[in-house]
Design a protein around this ligand. Sequence first.
Ligand code: BDR
Ligand code: CA
Length: 317
Amino acid sequence: SKKLLVDVDCGVDDAQAIMMALAAPNVELLGITCVHGNTTVENVCKNTLRILQVCNKLEIPVFKGAEKPILGSYMDAGHFHGRDGLGDAPDPNAPGLDHVQKEGAVSAMIRIVNENPGEVSLVATAPLTNLALAVRLDPSLPSKLRGLYIMGGNTESRGNSTVCGEFNFTADPEAAYIVLNDYHCPMYLSCWEFTCYSKLSWEFCDAWLAQDTEKARFMARIFRHSMEASRSEQFEKEFVAGTGFISCDSYAMAGAIDDSFVKESDQYPVTVELTGTHTRGMMVVDTLGLLKKTQKAFIVKKVDLEKFKKMMMAALQ
Ligand code: BDR
Ligand code: CA
């Protein structure tokens, strides 16, 4: 089986990605580390526990991590995901924060990877603050990873949170910089434009949510807020490549779960702009090799969408 460690800012699409991992028969989820992002890190912990409860997996340890980016101020995505990060559809029986581990997320990440050298795939679907702090405390950490699967960054300077920046990178540009430059391990990037080009149809989404299960009903409730926004005319105008349903974080997760999921990728050195007036947090792809970096990331271009749909369906069964 595959050992996964997941770093999240739950987030509706983070929830979808976690549920995909929990449904995968070949996956052992070693823990979930939480970080600021779509909402506060406290809400992220609460949301993660709610997801584990719905899936009867509350035994999976949840760790609380950074509450702010390394520099600059905290920025959330409450307008899209809902103030609480999960569509403002509270659950009266939600597990309390006492279920969160005493150990912090960064220590847990370092410990878990060191206990399983060469075996852990790290999936990061949030601002990269925890990962950046972890590599500063343990520079050997990346060399002990099987792979790193990130949802974040952009390739055509199309932004979804600033003019040219994707949310996870712009929410902590320094952390993204540290991770892209210091994680010397196989690194797979599911960037914003790629997720837009790989949309599923709203018909698929409707059928997905109409499954007669507790998990599908839960998803329909937490997804209502951001789904309405995504289906609005205004939002679709802002989108790259037409209309449809994008579960951003689930692409990175699917790549970690199944080695044959990614069908085509570009291999280039990548970094992040830190000082631009309009471009801070934008991913920079060094196609000419001018930065003289030895490491190249896999920039995902094409994936097996039939497989993706099956994994998405299974997530709610
Ligand atoms: C990313 O930003 C967040 O809002 C989503 O959860 C996803 O991780 C998309 O840019
Ligand atoms: Ca996310």
